[in-house]
Write a protein that binds this ligand. Sequence first.
Ligand code: SF4
Length: 362
Amino acid sequence: MGNCSTGSCSGCGSKEHEAAPFVAEGDLAARGELDYAIPHRLEDYKPLLPRRAPPYKVHWNWEIILPCNYRCRYCVVHNESASFLTLPVEEWRKIWGRMFKLYGCCQVRFAGGEPTIYPDFINLVAMILEMHTVDITTNLSFDVEEWIKKVPAQGIAISGSLHLDHVEPGEFLKKLLILRDRGNQLISASLVAYPPTLHRVEPIREMFEKERVLFKIIPFNGVYEGKRYPMAYTDDERRILGMQVEKSKDELGKTLNKQWQDYANAKPDDKNFLGIPCHMGELYAKIYSDGTVRRCCHTGVDILGHITDENLKLYDEPRPCTVVACSCWKPMVSGRYEEKVGMLWQSADHPVWQAKAEVLAP
Ligand code: SF4
């Protein structure tokens, strides 16, 4: 599966890292690189900030590139011939500075394809981290040592997608642990529960949890041997997946995996939120690789604009859902998700821009 957006990560111990420090607003201004005023006083956030509902922070899901350097049997996302929007990092700085000005410190989640093969990706991430927090869903095929040297370790979560066609779990885990040892506060791993490799899920989960790495098990969404999954999982297979949730000692892992499985097992009516207000579009938006911005990931939902539009804005409040069967595994439907949001929509703390929800709430 491509490195699609798969969830949040748990905290873990961290050491001082040796990467470049964050650049504070004053430093940027002194270098003449700040051509926008970053609002950081609470009164400057009104009326768009603070957002009045959890998760308070705006989440951007950026499917930045569809090509991938892996060829996984179960992948339905990667597309080698798909074009994608490329801009110099300094142009992206203007765009993400504008979003900072509108919404404060946001969470920017990179997905794909394999986002780390996007041109100049390391410098793009380092720039965004000046203003926002970041989560990257990646197959970890990049050079970890180079990464550590150039990308700050605070404010970022690394969600590693383990693809057994290409890498062994031990080698993959080693990379994650190097990132954690060098200061990355949030690391996690995920594995697609592909029918032929289902028997490997338990030992691999145990291996990762032994090292206190959050391990997410993603139900397979696609066709295998003519059968459409996740509906085609047998009772035995569902039991195996359910057991993995029960056996997990990691509470966050348990919550995320249960959410995935509930979604995979949900009946169509349980996913129908037509007409019910949803915070997606207000607290969340998906950016497609061509720069189109939609309110959520469901095909055909409202387009909010293009990421380069100077007047691009999110909704000011939740709006009714317009589709019959929501395809999001953690929709932000008003009144239905608030109690789960602390677990499902976690993000790293930014070392400079720490807008606390309890401070910002009315
Ligand atoms: S309920 Fe689902 S499809 Fe509807 S707006 Fe929310 S996330 Fe999108």
